[in-house]
Write a protein that binds this ligand. Structure first.
Ligand SMILES: [Zn+2]
Ligand SMILES: [Zn+2]
Length: 396
């Protein structure tokens, strides 16, 4: 089989796995193999593994694995933090070892001579954002600051009403949530991040966003720089010249591409693998950053998207029930009075549901005060402002 076909099949399979893993739960994939692959990757494979272990080693082994799972997923632990540091360290090591000797090259000029230092600085900044997000206070709600948080985030009485945290025994300010892993209430709670071993909340969402954006930039920079290194090698070793003159291959992109790819895979497979890895990570980072940037733009948290979803579903059901009650009433009234002419077939066909005109459900997010205000709230969290402290002296 030709190399290009192997590459295409490999690319398609990788794409299928990545798309299934990331998007397999989306409604458009319901009932498709993509949904089944998603289930297998996220849950099924682990379930089969547990059953296999139980079958071979007995119940004690299953309990041992479950206790490891409990330690890794339900308790604060540095496992993923260590994995992150290992990934960034190993990637940097392989890039430095495989490619730094080619800099400066044909395309990477003297400016990039210092790239070994600038790239180290780039990685250093990335690790700095990581440490900042991991160890910064996400906005812990305590008895001392709960009243300030309550005035900074008023209850909307839609998805947040005045309540007390049953564990911390203090009032729960709107937008806060009790993190069961960290065992504390966190203001403007977004999610508990296993990679950071910390909650992402009011005070560290800004560092988290900087972390994502910086790592996306690092990955893209890595791909471009490695691409230039390979293009430079191609030029310096006069590969195209050798292929066309010595091997008599036609000088067209279509004819040359498979041979060049084969040559690159043979001689520079480390760089190719690194580029593929960086591309996959960039894709993940870009989608994750895009998702969170949109949340910041609308002043919503990951936690709140779930709450809003539940609330909207509930509203829709209420509206539907109201509409069907009204329809029933109208039909009872209609039976006693003159009969209405039936709707035309086309009209019935194009109407999605008989309850369609039951009134639209609107999301009324009182915390969304315009993009500038919303982004500023992430950059400068209320609890870091002077006015936040002054609220205390007023109430006490
Ligand atoms: Zn709590
Ligand atoms: Zn947490």
């Amino acid at each position: 089989m030709d190399v290009q076909w192997l590459l295409i099949i490999h690319g398609l399979l990788t794409l299928l796995v990545v798309v299934s893993f990331l998007c397999g739960q989306w409604p458009i994939f319901e009932g498709t193999p993509i949904q089944r692959i998603h289930y297998f990757l996220t849950f099924g494979a682990y379930d089969y593994f547990l059953r296999f272990v139980g079958f071979v080693f007995g119940e004690k082994a299953i309990n041992a694995i479950l206790s490891v799972e409990y330690f890794c997923c339900d308790r604060p632990n540095p496992v993923l933090q260590i994995i992150y540091l290992a990934i960034i360290g190993i990637t940097y090591y392989f890039i430095a070892k495989s490619s730094f000797s080619y800099i400066p090259g044909y395309y990477l000029s003297g400016f990039h001579r210092s790239s070994r230092y600038t790239s180290l600085l780039g990685v250093g900044i990335g690790v700095f954002f990581f440490l900042l997000t991991s160890f910064a206070d996400p906005g812990t709600v305590k008895a001392e600051n709960v009243s300030q948080y309550q005035s900074a985030y008023p209850y909307d009485n839609i998805i947040y009403t005045e309540k007390e945290c049953s564990t911390c025994k203090i009032p729960k300010p709107a937008r806060s949530k009790h993190c069961s892993i960290c065992n504390r209430c966190v203001a403007r709670f977004d999610h508990h991040c296993g990679w950071m071993n910390n909650c992402i909340g009011e005070r560290n969402t800004r560092y988290f966003m900087a972390f994502l954006l910086w790592h996306l930039f690092l990955c893209l920079y890595g791909i471009v720089a490695l691409g230039f290194v390979l293009a430079g090698r191609l030029k310096e070793l006069r590969v195209v010249y050798i292929l066309t003159v010595y091997y008599g291959i036609e000088n067209s992109f279509r004819k040359l591409a498979p041979h060049v790819v084969q040559w690159l895979l043979g001689s520079y497979n480390t760089q190719i693998l690194l580029m593929v890895f960086l591309a996959v990570v960039s894709l993940l980072l870009a989608s994750f950053f895009g998702y969170h940037a949109n949340l910041c733009r609308t002043n919503t948290t990951t936690n709140e998207t779930v709450k809003w979803q539940d609330h909207m579903n509930w509203l829709r059901k209420v509206n539907e029930a109201r509409a069907s009650a009204a329809a029933l009433k109208a039909s009872i009234n209609g039976m006693s009075s003159k009969r209405k002419p039936p709707d035309s077939k086309w009209k019935t066909f194009f109407r999605r549901s008989p309850l369609e005109d039951s009134g639209a459900v609107v999301k009324n997010n009182i915390y969304d005060k315009g993009i500038l205000h919303n982004v500023w709230e992430v950059i400068s969290p209320p609890s870091t402002r002077r006015s936040f402290l002054r609220t205390k002296s007023k109430s006490s």
